[in-house]
Design a protein around this ligand. Structure first.
Ligand code: HEC
Length: 458
């Protein structure tokens, strides 16, 4: 196999950041072997059952001893390899308020329990099973927006992404202190996203789906049409991400005076990725909106891609470059470096790397005006199935004159077990067999204080 290391350095000076832009056990275990009821259940209840419970996306429940016992070896393997609970940040960098992961001691307890025959323990030791009320994580939302139609899933096979649109039902912009995306059917929704978008004037909606006026063809996301006069994008590039749903996480609150603007006159876009369960399933996902009371100080911007070649320039909603240099076939570590200057002070609230199946790793590094560098986040083993948002415990203030560099590796070789076609060149695209480079970043712009009269920046 050919192995080549290619480095593409793309330096962009973008205003994007400023513009957008338990009973007794059968076999008596050794006295010091941990037991399910006393030692293991507390770990599972705290770190696993949020996903491993009935009706959730994980393949088995990990609540009763009878459920857990047959999985003891698999559990040992997955916690030792750090594949479970799913969390992909290198613990050496950054502190995140939504961090998942077990301590070395917790892993050692599970390993000793499994190796010791996975004993049950004494019933009296069993902790209370955590309650997961099937309601809204943030309490009753101020507004609830439904997906415009109910989606009926095929029972098997690969399901393409589905995009549904519904108008923002408010006459004026609304500021939100929090948002929750709640699947109607948690077993069916693999992951999803909601956006605030503007549709092309050359499109129309039918049953929540978007069609081109010219020929009534469904608008495929990310595609453009060329007419004699203009290039049309079905959805304008200045679209703002509202929230992502991945199992175990679909509720976000901004806090610290920050709020997210929901623009009136635009559409709410439900970007849905479904997985068949083998049974007939239906879904109608909901979006819960929590209105900010009063006037927020700062507006949260989720820049889809703040660093590098896929950066959107908001002014004039012009697509900077919805492209990625072509990734050659059979290349293991294909490197892409994007550098973005920060012309105005920003506060970074969190980061969310987004790549597709060839994505291997991503690291965000900020270099301050005094020359100091700091790694904000390193995801050494990117996994397309887990679209995490890494939410800083303390927001990072990045002064004017700093730069943000994102280093990404793609693996288009046979070594990548997720690679659908190592012998092919890979281009930018919406589909998972195409590739993306989206080092997403959530910022507030320090100098725009919304609580002050317009024109007066700090
Ligand atoms: C955020 C949701 C989530 C959390 C938290 C989570 N899991 Fe999982 N787990 C999944 C999903 C989804 C799968 C199936 C897909 C996969 O393997 O990635 C899975 C798969 C597994 C498997 C492999 C099952 C098989 O079919 O081989 C094991 C074992 C496992 N999890 C154990 C755990 C343990 C132990 C914890 C807690 C320490 C945990 N998980 C926490 C979602 C989760």
């Amino acid at each position: 196999m050919k192995r080549a290391v290619t480095t593409v350095v793309v330096v962009f000076f973008v205003g994007a950041l400023s513009l957008v832009t338990a009973g007794a056990s059968a076999a008596a275990p050794a006295a010091d072997t941990p037991t399910f009821t006393k030692d293991v259940a507390p770990i599972l209840y705290e770190h696993c059952v949020v996903c491993h419970r009935p009706g959730e996306v994980a393949p088995m429940t990990l609540i009763r001893y009878e459920d857990v016992r047959p999985w003891s070896r698999a559990i040992k393997a997955k916690v030792e390899s750090r594949e479970m609970p799913p969390w992909h940040a290198d613990p050496r960098f950054g502190e995140f308020r939504n961090a998942r992961g077990l301590t070395g001691e917790q892993v050692a307890t599970i390993v000793a329990w499994s190796d010791g025959g996975a004993p049950r323990g004494t019933a009296a030791d069993l902790p209370v099973v955590p309650a997961f009320p099937d309601g809204w994580a943030g309490g009753e939302p101020t507004y609830i927006i439904e997906m415009p139609v109910e989606f009926e899933l095929p029972t098997q096979g690969e399901i393409d992404y589905h995009n549904f649109y519904t108008p923002v039902p408010f006459p004026e912009d609304v500021f939100l202190k929090g948002i929750e995306m709640r699947p109607g059917n948690r077993a069916a929704v693999h992951h999803a996203g909601a956006y605030n978008v503007e549709l092309s004037a050359h499109t129309h909606l039918k049953d929540g789906l978007l069609y081109w006026d010219a020929d009534d063809q469904l608008v495929e996301l990310g595609t453009v049409r060329q007419t004699s006069r203009e290039t049309l994008a079905g959805v304008t590039p200045g679209s703002e991400k509202l929230i992502s749903y991945v199992p175990g996480r679909g509720y976000e609150e901004y806090g610290r005076g920050a709020a997210k603007r929901l623009s009136a006159g635009k559409m709410i876009h439900f970007h849905m990725h479904y997985q068949p369960t083998g049974r007939p399933e239906r879904d109608r996902t909901l979006l819960g909106l929590y209105e900010y009371e009063g006037r927020p100080t700062h507006e949260v911007v989720n820049s889809l891609s703040a660093v590098g070649p896929s950066t959107y320039i908001a002014a004039g909603s012009e697509l900077q470059s919805l492209t990625l240099p072509v990734i050659p076939p059979m290349v293991e570590d294909w490197e892409l470096i994007g550098i973005t200057a920060v012309p105005n002070a920003i506060t970074i609230h969190g980061l969310s790397p987004h790549l597709h199946l060839r994505g291997k790793s991503m690291t965000y590094v900020v270099t301050y005006p005094d020359g100091r560098s700091e790694t904000l986040l390193s995801v050494p083993n990117y996994d397309f199935n887990w679209q995490h948002y890494y939410d800083f415990a303390e927001p990072k203030r990045v002064p004017a004159g700093s730069t943000i560099m994102v280093r990404t590796l793609f693996d288009n070789s046979l070594k990548n077990r997720y690679n659908p076609a190592p012998d092919k060149e890979v281009y930018w695209g919406e589909q998972s067999w195409d590739e993306m480079y989206a080092p997403q970043i959530r910022v507030t712009l320090d100098r725009y204080d919304l609580s002050k009269p317009p024109g007066k920046t700090q």
